[in-house]
Ligand binder design. Structure first.
Ligand code: GDP
Ligand code: ZN
Length: 316
């Protein structure tokens, strides 16, 4: 925690320094990072023109969605000098358990599920917890609904997840079902797609991006010898002030869980009931007069969510 407070303090100092940087020098400009590839960053300026920038060392990871201060160093040469303070930073765990930054200043995480491969609801709850901890609004998308036998509430997404306030959207890219509903949740938001391999993230991305962008993506992937898909993250503008940050290399990322935050705070219905527990530090495992355990008993809290909570609190 001390470390966090320090970093808040440092952040303020960096902010002040950046403020001084921008006001001190007219040649400094601000822009939005729309791509990061091979040590070069593409920054979009306010007039929509693009600047390919080198990066001053010691700036740490710079990702799509970052606002940066940059300067012109020569004709058509630019350099990023500073990264502005972020509203949030979506992070993930890589295959070695290292924390990696995915995108910055996002407002929404689409958690993509499908009828096939069948959803893993424990993983869904991990994604939801991770999003809550990172202050990013999660939206649950179920794809391939044309494969469902009935229209009944699949995987309890309505009765459990919509019930506690999560937006649930059910679509079929193949049959083009309810794609408008999906598109409208992207309006006025900066969105990242996540979910395991095979659920249809690439298919959804192709649906969402205007044709011009798809052509650009095809050309850039054709240029990358032997590669079928480009793995560069990229921010795309959508109609109605929406932005989609496509992270092709890391869409199936492992959610990052913050061990310094209580798990219960990220389970919204558990958090809500915990105010009525007898003990302020109740962990809702076996304590007396636990309002959460009572709520599970009388089915106000779904048992599946509570079991996942218990697994996350004590993973063994
Ligand atoms: P990703 O790994 O999450 O990016 O998934 P893809 O977009 O590559 O899709 C995985 C497979 O599911 C592909 O064969 C798609 O054609 C297929 N797919 C995508 N959307 C649908 C859908 O709505 N219904 C069905 N039946 N298949 C779909
Ligand atoms: Zn309790």
């Amino acid at each position: 925690m001390a470390r966090r407070r320090l970093s808040q303090h440092q952040k303020k100092r960096i902010d002040d320094a950046q403020q001084a940087l921008t006001s001190a020098n007219d040649s400094h400009q601000q822009g939005l990072v729309i791509s990061h590839h091979g040590g070069k960053i593409i920054v979009e300026q306010e007039d929509s023109s693009l600047a390919t920038c080198a990066v001053k060392s010691n700036l740490g990871a710079i990702v799509c969605g970052d606002q940066v201060i940059f300067e012109k160093t020569a004709e058509n040469e630019f350099r990023v000098l500073a990264v502005k303070a972020r509203d949030n930073l979506l992070q993930r765990l890589d295959g070695f358990g290292h924390v990696k930054s995915v995108a910055a200043n996002i407002t929404q995480l689409l958690i993509c599920l499908a009828v096939k491969p069948e959803p893993n609801l424990f993983l869904l709850d991990q994604y939801l917890l991770s999003a809550e901890q990172q202050r990013i609004e999660p939206v649950i998308v179920l794809n391939k609904i044309e494969l469902l036998d009935s229209t009944e509430d699949p995987y309890d997404l309505d009765s459990v997840y919509a019930h506690i306030g999560y937006k649930v959207i059910k679509i079929s890219v193949k049959e083009r079902l309810d794609l408008d509903q999906l598109k409208s949740v992207l309006d006025h938001n900066t969105t990242v797609l996540s979910g395991v391999s095979g659920v249809g993230k690439s298919s959804i991305t192709s649906e969402l991006l205007p044709d011009t962008y798809i052509k650009i993506a095809e050309i850039s992937s054709a240029n990358e010898e032997g590669r079928h898909t480009t793995r560069t993250s990229r921010l795309y503008h959508l109609p109605n002030n929406g932005q989609l940050i496509d992270t092709p290399g890391v869409r199936g990322f492992n959610p990052l869980l913050d061990p310094t935050q209580p798990v219960s705070a990220g389970f919204r219905e558990i958090d809500q009931h915990s105010a009525d527990c007898r003990f302020a530090n109740c962990k809702h495992i076996n304590e007396p007069k636990c309002a959460v355990i009572d709520a599970v008993k009388n089915k106000q809290i779904a048992d599946s969510r509570y079991q996942h909570y218990l697994r996350m609190v004590s993973p063994d």
